[in-house]
Design a protein around this ligand. Structure first.
Ligand SMILES: NC(=O)c1ccc[n+]([C@@H]2O[C@H](COP(=O)([O-])OP(=O)(O)OC[C@H]3O[C@@H](n4cnc5c(N)ncnc54)[C@H](O)[C@@H]3O)[C@@H](O)[C@H]2O)c1
Length: 402
């Protein structure tokens, strides 16, 4: 199979003109990032509800910004270079398909799409259009998480990664009525982080989802999932959205156990690393020698990361860099589908009360995606030898005219 490629833009061009689609709560954060970045200018804001778009630009202090209810019409009027999609998950498919068909690269909020078949359609649509589609996993852009990831090799072979997440938010609205609020709305963040920290993809999961007796959520507000990751590593997620008192950070509390020691991160402060004594590692003396010289204690962010933009601003900076240089960004749609697959597999395991393997789940999704696809993505989906091979193909940035 040919490697997918995406169009890049001249590195010496001016700032990227960005059209933001979706003017809800999270769009406020995105507007701040777009307006603050030297790499971007705000071309316009689209929302199905025109008053929402108008209120957003007014509140952001840029009331003269063009707004409207239709992406294609505002794109024609404002000639943007890219789209930032901050709509609800159900709209990620139509908005991204439309933007790609207009020849615009897309930076979309998580999750990539509402369902796995839709996510595969978007990966294929990105290939068909030759445009970048990157999903913003903004929690990856954190200097303390970068410090933790930087130290992972010191621990030798990783074996066990855990996240504890215990909070008690009262959101009101859709989260309190959906079937799996914690898994569907929140867990994608740590699941995606686990893939990134371990540099390993998921193989299977056994998950139990449940609702504590005092919970104010209709659906299951708590879950425990044990993932097998590539290489036999176990990732254990233990979370609740109705646990008041001694709350963890929004990133959760992390522990990584490796052959040569452990690392912990509370999600807010620099991580801590402790390597075991040289004598305590009789089976691999070469690596133990390394461990003796390795730094221990509190870990600082790697060089160049400490001052890098964090959160949403970090995702925006990486998107612009990818379009300028052709470097494949974290969150490029093909890889990111696997973070959504972890969520969907965990929900399926809880519902079926058994272990669920990720590979077959993705192939089933491809069958559904092929049936549903009607646009230019259909031919790509039918050309894929399998979903797993298509998702593993590394995209390349290509300088092309236009
Ligand atoms: N990264 C994070 O930490 C984080 C936090 C919150 C939300 N999110 C994500 O951000 C996205 C938006 O969440 P939110 O809380 O802002 O939602 P929201 O409901 O507050 O706002 C969504 C907006 O999108 C608009 N919209 C819906 N369909 C549209 C369409 N087809 N075209 C144009 N506009 C459309 C709605 O009218 C609404 O104004 C979701 O994908 C959510 O998962 C991410």
């Amino acid at each position: 199979m040919r490697s997918p490629s995406f169009r890049t833009m001249p590195p010496d061009g001016g700032p990227l003109r960005v059209l933001v689609v979706g003017a809800g709560a999270m769009a406020r954060v995105w507007l701040r990032a777009v307006l603050a970045s030297p790499d971007t200018v705000l071309a316009g804001v689209v929302d199905l509800v025109p008053a929402a778009a108008e209120a957003l630009v007014r509140r952001a202090g840029v009331p003269e910004t063009p707004t409207g209810p239709e992406l294609a019409a505002l794109a024609t009027a404002t000639r943007p270079d890219a789209v930032v999609d901050v709509t609800v998950p159900e709209a990620h498919l139509p908005v991204t398909l439309e933007a790609l068909s207009l020849g615009l690269p897309v930076l979309g909020e998580k999750p990539v799409a509402a369902t796995l078949p839709e996510a595969l359609r978007l990966a294929a649509a990105s290939e068909a259009a030759g445009e970048l589609f990157m999903v913003s996993q903004s929690r990856r852009y954190d200097r303390h998480l970068a410090a933790l990831r930087d130290r992972v090799p010191l621990l030798g072979r990783p074996g066990i990664l855990t996240t504890d997440f215990f909070r008690a938010p009262h959101f009101g609205g859709f989260r309190e009525t959906m079937a799996h609020p914690l898994l569907l709305d929140m867990a994608i963040h740590p699941f995606d982080t686990a893939r990134w920290l371990l540099d390993a993809d998921p193989v299977s999961v056994r998950c139990e989802a449940y609702n504590p007796s005092w919970s104010w959520y209709a659906g299951d507000a708590a879950a425990t999932a044990v993932f097998e990751m590539a290489g036999g590593i176990r990732y254990v997620y233990n979370g609740s959205w109705c646990s008041a008192g001694l709350e963890t950070s929004w990133n959760g509390a992390w522990r990584l156990s490796g052959e040569l020691g452990s690392a912990t991160w509370d999600g807010e402060h620099p991580p801590e690393v402790e390597l075991c004594e040289v004598d305590a590692v009789p089976s691999s003396e070469g690596e133990a020698g390394q461990a003796a010289d390795a730094p221990q204690g509190v870990a600082d962010a790697p060089q160049g990361v400490a001052d890098a933009p964090q959160g949403v601003a970090g995702a925006l900076a990486e998107f612009v860099r990818a379009l300028r240089t052709g470097t494949v960004p974290a969150g490029e749609v093909h890889g990111n589908v696997l973070s959504l697959a972890m969520v969907k597999a965990a929900v399926a395991s809880a519902q079926r009360d058994r272990r669920v393997h990720i590979g077959p789940l993705i192939e089933e999704a491809l069958t559904e995606a092929r049936k549903a696809a009607t646009g230019p993505e259909a031919a790509r989906l039918h050309a894929w030898p399998s979903a797993s091979e298509a998702l593993a193909a590394t995209p390349r940035g290509l300088h092309r005219a236009g």
